[in-house]
Design a protein around this ligand. Structure first.
Ligand code: PGA
Length: 249
């Protein structure tokens, strides 16, 4: 029902030369993957990546998008600019954007709307910090982040949106949520979507990834959990063999 989706989040890594090398290695390794495969690359690499990915099963993604159509936003990139380069997916609200670049639930929602309006598919990131987890706030934070991100988003769009649950304390730290814990927390997010839309929509049409130190060693255990529909992969997406092993979990 819900096709698994594994997406790489390269973050601020790889020049164009590095992009070409990595994708040239990756393409044959994942060509028979059953999961949907996406690579989200830095803006400057999108054109080169797009050329290489033509005719392959790997889909092209970006790591952010601005909410305005155009205008005086120095350093920002619009949805039209991404669409022109063949981008299909875009990460929105990654915890690093929330932590270092002033991203809020409201700007996440604005970006999601701008992306959808141009036919881009958002990968919306939610997740609690260690402090929030230790303070018993996981559910509260996730319900708030999810509810705000989906404000004024029509039910018809649910097939075009992916949610990534990324506990902030697990990102790039080597600490993974246990598979059971990730599963149970994703169930909270799905439950929120059921309330916001409908139980059947949440069950059949909302794909929710886990992200945070997911790698070839833990991918199969995580992907075996009924609530987990995929992964958003940082560090392990920078090596073709590692990423292909996650893709094929
Ligand atoms: P990580 O990053 O796999 O390196 O923990 C995941 C992410 O931040 O999307």
């Amino acid at each position: 029902m819900r096709q698994p989706i594994i997406a790489g989040n390269w973050k601020m890594n790889n020049t164009i030369a590095g992009t070409k090398a990595l994708l040239t290695d990756l393409i044959p390794l994942v060509k028979d993957a059953k999961a949907e495969v996406v690579v989200c690359v830095p803006y400057t690499n999108i054109a080169a990546a797009g050329e290489l990915l033509k005719g392959t099963n790997i889909k092209l993604g970006a790591e952010n998008v601005h909410w305005a159509e155009k205008g005086a936003f120095t350093g920002e990139i619009s949805a039209d600019m991404l669409v022109e380069l063949g981008v299909e997916y875009v990460i929105i609200g990654h915890s690093e954007r929330r932590q270092y670049f002033g991203e809020t639930d409201q700007t996440v929602n604005a970006r999601v709307k701008a992306a959808l309006a141009k036919g881009l598919k958002p990968i919306i990131c939610v997740g609690e910090t260690l402090e929030e987890r230790e303070g018993g706030l996981v559910e509260k934070v996730l319900v708030r982040q999810t509810t705000e991100a989906f404000k004024d988003i029509d039910k018809d769009q649910l097939d075009n949106i992916v949610i990534a649950y990324e506990p902030v304390w697990a990102i790039g730290t080597g600490k993974t949520a246990t598979a059971q814990d990730a599963n149970d927390t994703i169930a909270i997010i799905r439950g929120t979507m059921a309330k916001l839309y409908c139980p059947k929509c949440a069950e059949e049409r909302v794909r929710i990834q886990y992200g945070g130190s997911m790698n070839p060693k833990n991918a199969s255990e995580l992907m075996a959990m009924p609530q987990i529909d995929g992964g958003l992969i940082g560090g392990a997406s920078l090596k073709a063999v590692d990423f292909s092993q996650v893709v094929k979990y």
